[in-house]
Ligand binder design. Structure first.
Ligand SMILES: [Zn+2]
Length: 201
């Protein structure tokens, strides 16, 4: 960890619930944009739990830039965490803390959820998914209820952070049969082997 003063720290604290099953499909087409995030120097991970590295391979995700570990404190065992830290020397660090769970499926879901936040930060084109996730949010009471935690934290429905959370939750907790083909493409772009989260297939 470098000692420069921080310019920006963003932390997403997330809890993964059980899987929500829906039967309907929302169709809404948005063309992806090709924008890329300006390159910042990425700091090397300070640790990577071997079991999480193996699970990353299962999920088909690139975690080479991410510090990875399981939650250890009581707070970390309640909620998973994704942290983006930007430093004054224009370097960045990424960290994912996964909530331990006896259910392997829940570990995959928790890990994938946090990885979607990383993917959102590093692949600007995925932000085009916002209208698609909002269609589901406004159509399904179960998803509206699921987001209560975030509304209660003061997160505004129209904000980018809210769309970011919706994206992570839909791709890891909603049955694939309820997700439109276009939205599934965005989910698979982030986590190629979503089928490892067996409860949504
Ligand atoms: Zn989240």
């Amino acid at each position: 960890m470098k000692s420069q003063k921080l310019t920006k720290v963003i932390v997403f604290l997330c809890i993964t619930f059980g899987v929500v099953f829906w039967s309907a499909v929302a169709a809404y087409v948005v063309a992806p944009k090709g924008d890329q995030i300006p390159a910042l120097t990425v700091q090397a991970p300070t640790e990577q739990d071997p079991d999480l590295l193996a699970k990353a391979a299962d999920l088909g995700i690139d975690v080479s830039n991410i510090t990875l570990r399981y939650g250890e404190t009581s707070a970390e065992k309640r909620m998973a965490e994704y942290t983006y830290t930007e430093y004054d020397d224009e370097s960045v660090s990424y960290k994912i803390v996964v909530r331990p769970n006896p259910s392997t499926n829940e570990v995959y879901a928790s890990f994938a959820h946090e990885y979607y936040h990383y993917y959102w930060d590093t692949h600007k084109e995925v932000r085009s998914v916002a209208p698609l996730v909002r269609v589901l949010y406004t159509s399904y009471p179960a998803l509206y209820d699921r987001m209560a935690t975030y509304r209660n934290q003061g997160m505004v429905d129209a904000s980018e952070d809210f769309a970011n959370e919706l994206y992570a939750i839909i791709c890891t907790e909603v049955n694939s049969s309820a997700i439109s083909a276009d939205l599934q493409t965005y989910c698979s772009n982030g986590v190629p082997n979503r089928s490892m989260i067996t409860s949504i297939y």
